[in-house]
Design a protein around this ligand. Structure first.
Ligand code: PEP
Ligand code: MG
Length: 567
């Protein structure tokens, strides 16, 4: 049994295919003088072939899937980077083979990123490694893709977006990678394509062999290699339960989301890709509570223009209509990597991210506001600000929005003049002054992922503090309660959109704390609806009040487990 981080849900058993790994290449593989020009040509040809491949895939990608196209475009820019390519040619001119030159220069770039403290930049190093390997494949006339069949589980050091699209089309049923974080490109796409995935699995490519039978659990992160009969029958049982569970859940689609004693709960979707918005429509989600707009532009080397952004937002808003859709302004910085903003910060999570970044880059912010306003003509869009810590940030944004409205009016555009503007409550500061912030906001959405990180001073992406990073800590729960109370007093809407909202073990507690709007990934929504329909609001309130008095996350978890047993 091996463990990794579960990054895309689902349980699956299948044949492992380990992606071939490259041979070690000598940085100083010397060639004779008359081989120099042919090696330069080989390198130029590889760049040409790879660029053509990338352009073809970019054209093939769904035009409403800007995040995938964006990732590919950023890779394409690296492939055609003039400085890098000139350096490689100069290296060949010194008498080294094209393979040595590519390997030396790409490794240099990769090692620089691997040595940074920023986990997102370190992840980007794997993309560089992949491009290098592709160039070498072309030079050696070797097929880019490992041969897989529909139903196989792919084991790789890392998978590029273009590879993932290729393998998805063939029909792979599981992914295991050595690299990656939950917010990596690979994870986002695997979730969108609904392929179960476990990432960050140490030495997966050596511990698993092609042809091994593998059980992959994308819920728990557990991988069983060559399971025995007992483990296989456990797996079969689990999948039968899973399938039955899903077909029963299907019946829930048309039933209302309400507690046993009639408290109505609104169930909305978190959307990262255009697949998510289609899935949200399929399960009859009651709108979209969070679009992470920055995930639409992951990997772009520039901020998209107003027209492009308008087209995406309009498409998403139309798919959600007549339900509402909440676009969150670009939450750039922190753990959200963006090429244009590669400024080195000692501590990016506490640095120039979210609203801080946007208010400094008002030109960028205004383009997004204008595009969102223009897409709001059907009056189903809400606009949300990330990482707020004080009222000035909200006031300044509102005056920027008013300025954009004025300009758009003069230019003859139509828009929703009363577009609701709200904020994420994801810092302790915002929760503690939520009574003050409520005066300037139409709604709140609690982001427990960051609220937990900042309350407990524990990096959400650092495995070393995994056990400390706990959204069930009473400090986090009390901040949630305070925010709920203040939103009720102010009479503004409140939802919750962090990961905790999707844990069915937390549902009774969250409903009891007074939350009546949940925004979660479409894939877990029917499970959540089932859970909500089994809860009594009145007893959930008593339960939540008891939990707020606990002193440790362990006590909270025990109470949740005991309450499940008694149900
Ligand atoms: C959160 O912080 O809980 C949240 C929903 O935002 P993100 O995960 O995008 O930071
Ligand atoms: Mg957040």
């Amino acid at each position: 049994m091996i463990r990794g981080i579960p990054s895309s849900p689902g349980i699956y058993m299948g044949k492992a295919i380990v992606e071939f790994s490259q041979d070690m290449i000598d940085y100083e593989n010397i060639i004779s003088d008359d081989e120099i020009q042919p090696n330069i040509e080989k390198f130029r040809n590889a760049i040409k072939v790879l660029s053509t491949d990338y352009n073809a895939i970019i054209n093939d990608v769904d035009k409403y899937q800007p995040n995938i196209a964006a990732i590919l475009e950023s890779n394409l820019m690296l492939i055609n980077d003039e400085i890098l390519n000139n350096n490689i040619i100069e290296y060949i001119k010194k008498g080294f083979s094209s393979e040595s030159a590519i390997t030396f220069h790409y490794d240099q770039q990769k090692n620089f990123l691997l040595n940074t403290q920023d986990s997102i930049l370190r992840e980007r190093a794997f993309e560089i490694e992949n491009i290098k390997e592709r160039l070498l494949d072309i030079i050696w006339n070797r097929n880019e893709f490992t041969k897989v069949n529909s139903g196989d589980i792919l084991i790789a050091k890392n998978i590029t977006p273009s590879e993932l699209i290729h393998y998805f089309k063939i029909g792979i049923s599981g992914i295991i990678t050595e690299a990656g974080g939950i917010t990596s490109h690979c994870s986002i796409l695997a979730r969108s394509f609904m392929i179960p995935a476990v990432i960050s699995v140490k030495d997966a490519c050596t511990n698993i062999k092609t042809g091994d039978n593998v059980i992959l659990n994308g819920f728990s992160g557990v991988i069983i290699v060559n399971p025995d009969n007992q483990e296989i029958s456990d797996y079969q049982l689990k999948t039968i339960i899973e399938e039955e569970h899903h077909s029963r859940l299907g019946e829930l689609r048309n039933l209302p989301t309400e507690s046993k004693d009639g408290r109505k709960i609104k169930l909305m979707s978190n959307v990262d890709t255009s697949h998510d918005i289609e899935n949200a429509a399929k399960i009859k989600s009651e709108g979209v509570g969070l679009v992470r707009t920055e995930s639409l532009i992951i990997g772009l080397n520039y901020f998209p223009n107003e027209e492009d952004q308008y087209t995406w937002y309009m498409h998403f808003a139309n798919r959600a209509y007549p339900d509402s859709i909440t676009f969150r302004a670009f939450d750039i910085g922190g753990d959200k990597y963006f090429k244009d903003t590669e400024i080195f910060e000692e501590n990016p999570a506490l640095g120039h991210r979210g609203i801080r970044f946007l208010l400094e880059k008002k030109d960028v912010f205004k383009i997004q506001i204008r595009a969102i306003l223009r897409a709001s003509v059907n009056k189903n869009i809400k606009f949300m600000l990330p990482m707020v810590i004080n009222t000035n940030e909200v006031k300044e944004t509102i005056s920027l929005i008013e300025q954009c409205k004025k300009e758009l009016k003069q230019e003859g555009y139509l828009f929703d003049n009363r577009i609701p503007v709200g904020i994420m409550i994801e810092t302790p500061a915002a929760a503690l002054i939520s009574d003050k912030l409520a005066k300037y906001c139409d709604f709140f959405s609690i982001g427990t992922n960051d609220l937990t990180q900042y309350t407990l001073a524990a990096d959400r992406n650092n495995q070393k503090v995994n056990s400390i990073y706990d959204s069930f800590h009473p400090a986090v729960l009390n901040l949630i309660k305070l925010t709920v109370d203040n939103s009720e007093k102010a009479g503004i809407e409140l939802s919750i959109c962090g990961e905790i909202a999707g844990h069915t073990s937390a549902t009774k507690l969250l409903v009891g704390l007074g939350i009546n709007q949940f925004s979660v990934s479409p894939s877990i929504q029917l499970d959540l609806k089932k859970r909500i329909r089994n809860i009594k609001y009145n007893s959930a309130k008593v339960f939540a009040n008891k939990i707020l008095k606990f002193e440790s996350p362990e006590q909270v978890r025990n109470a949740l487990v005991n309450s499940e047993k008694n149900n």
